[in-house]
Write a protein that binds this ligand. Sequence first.
Ligand SMILES: Cc1ncc(COP(=O)(O)O)c(C=O)c1O
Length: 546
Amino acid sequence: MVAPALPRPSRLLVGLPADEQRAPRPAEPRPGSSAMTERQPSEETRTAIPGIEEAVPPPSDERLAAAAASPLELSGAALRRLVDAAMDRIAPHLDSLPHQPAADTEGAVAVARSLVEPLPERPAPLDEVLELLFERAVPKSFNTAGPGYLAYIPGGGLPHSAVADLIAAAVNRYVGVFAAAPALAQLEANVVAWFAGLAGYPQAARGLLTSGGSLANFTALVTARRERLPEQFLAGTLYASDQAHHSVQKAALLAGFPPASVRSIPSDAAFRLRLDLLEEAIAADRSAGREPFLVVANAGSVNTGAVDPLGPLADLCARHRLWLHVDAAYGGFFLLTERGRQTLAGIERADSIVLDPHKSLFLPYGTGALLVRDGAALRRAHSVTADYMPPLSDDDELIDFCEISPELSRPFRGLGVWLPLKLLGAAPFRQALDEKLDLARWATDQLRAVPEVEILAEPELSLLAFRLAPAALAGAAGNRDRLDRLNRDWLARVNARRRVYLTGTMLGDRFALRICVLSFRTHRDRVEQALDDLRAAAREALAAWL
Ligand SMILES: Cc1ncc(COP(=O)(O)O)c(C=O)c1O
């Protein structure tokens, strides 16, 4: 695979002086003017699109009349009005994100129920619909795009990708088959090649963009199954640590493996997969006639951000001829940073890697990525032909995504990644990720200074886990339940302040709070607020429980 370098910023946004960027647009037709209702391509359009005159004669009067009668056929001017109206809501919404509550779900179920309705026969006014969305539905949710969202795995949602999605959906080109939109399919292939370059993969690597990490893990598992097991694969057994994301278990289930085929290997005190126990489990399964075929490693676990020992795991997998898949859905894009590369060293030896642009590349939800070191394996696992299909490429460099993925028709996901990287270049992403690494370490040091706080997981990347463990409740097993309830209460009190939103998890038999600093909108000021709230809420919770 040709791995072009990650792009430098385009002049188009970042290169212009700030006052030029803000320059007003040229005068546009006002609603109601004749230009707003015109349906013929303007002179500008005709000259901007090569070949338009020759290919398509101007529409007849009847055709224009028919189009004017159908609300489905939006003129360019009417579409602009629609987008402008949406923008009038989107822009203030985005600008106010830091001031919105970190989560606001009180009464949200009632709002949800109030929206149930039969398929509408009549049109609704645009204003009414936008009001419903922006004033009733959107506010009643976790503010996943805001700087205070430190829960689960954030990302933020770069607005540049929203623009890409608008373009992609508006031009509605077909990128499942290379021949249908070669240049656009190539842009997506470039994105995959950039990611493969980041992972240190060779030219032969291939990959695809999926809807998220779960589907990418699933596609990896199906590929590993095809490469390492016979067609009758039910003796196949796979291994992951007890910290693996549940999408691994789900992928196995969907790929036809009963739950008993998935071995959960205990992790060590730092929540990393234990190699000695993995070796033992493989040996036991082999002697019981089972067929070990796959190890799934964490490169940033969802619970604590743990990174399994990737180099030693690659050695072990090579020795046992097992496929090594690395779930770097959260951690993967830290490869952009020097510290991330050190932490994730060995990832380049994996057979496949999942990275989620909608996590550590800050994209809006809907984009995951799978890379496979031997790209031909993806094709072997997915390629099926049919008579009605257009000819697929026989040039290895020209990629038909339908041949290497479960999808045929698919959204043009590549644009949502390509556009922000092209407009901004890689540097701001690297800086933002470095900032998150610093913030997580700083938050850990601050929490360590609180006498009753126990750090359960130091940040390997930008995620940490901790709990209150006051001396009065520590030690005795009988206090475990009380300790958990104290910590759940602490979490609830922090979230009730609505400046940050945190979530908890079980680490073995201990309930822990987590902070995942990952949104590009989260900076030191918000982490300071998180710490202020944690300290104040800790005082209240301890007073209530001791
Ligand atoms: C480590 C890890 N793997 C996989 C996934 C699943 O990704 P997605 O939610 O994009 O399907 C997640 C989601 O948080 C994750 O943290």
